[in-house]
Design a protein around this ligand. Sequence first.
Ligand SMILES: [Zn+2]
Length: 366
Amino acid sequence: MSVILKDLINFIEERYPKKYAEEYDNVGLLVGDENNKINKILVTVDITKEVIKEAIENKVNLIISHHPLIFKPIKNLNKKSSFATMIYDLIKNDINVYALHTNYDIANDGMNDVISKKLNLKNVSVLEETNKEKLYKIITYVPTKYAEELKEALFNAGAGCIGKYDKCSFNVLGEGTFRPLNGTNPFIGQINKLQRVEEIKIETIVTASNLNTVINTLVKNHPYEEPAFDIIKLENTLPQGLGRIGYLDIPLSAKDFAMQVKKIFNLKMITLIGDKNKKINKVAVIGGSGSDLINVAKSKGCDLILTGDVKHHIAIDAIENDIVVLDATHFGLEQVFIEDIYTLLTSNFDNIEVMKNYSKQPFYFI
Ligand SMILES: [Zn+2]
């Protein structure tokens, strides 16, 4: 029971395309061979000697990490360094390594959407736009009684999402005509006879990254031998980027919100920078190190930004700028990656085993 790594990568990259990653980043297959068979995966935020040891002991053949193991240019693989030893151990034990970093942070339903959902934020939008995804309109015509089934298949393949609404479509009843010619095997009608069929015209929308999957699904699920469909490129785009902005259900004091965050993410500690009594309604979130976006959050009217890795001078500036900052540590928020990827894999592949490693919080809180 296994899956070819290439197929697994295609599945992952359809959701979190590599092209979303920041320019400085290094995502994708970092060690290994995409033709390898995978039957056991370990999901982690960071790859350390301990993580590799666990992978070897459990005969894991793929580690999926959030932080890329190979990031800076490698000067040598001299075994005197622990990095080189790690690479040797991975290769010797046929362990592939795959990284999902800023492409996961930026993608819809990636890191920052997962964090926003856990906090139950409303009207969520992008904090800082990094790119705009192209959108396409898909139109097809299907006999009335097959319309619902086909639409459901298209929605499941990723069509019909507009903002926080899914299953969006427009449907009109009409009459389709066609004449099956010699050599056809028509679902309805007879060879060389003009056929009239009551059909529904279905219009829906799809992002560029889901377009191929949706078209393949349409062709596979449409009852006709030669389904008619149109793909129309739109001027509309879907903004994508780092971090999210959203609203609390009920405004809270900064301190009460901090306590809520601590509980939701099961944190040992959270640091509040700024006025603990400030009423918080509009919130920015960014997993990892989001200090660079504190001013963006302020300029967009956020009362608070939740992130990690906030340094002293950044904290001083934030107080001067009257925005509350919550530092939940880098790992504190990014640990959601582990459960999210675990759920994605286990709910889509029943022929592979998936393990989780939560060991890498480098700080010990006293
Ligand atoms: Zn990170």
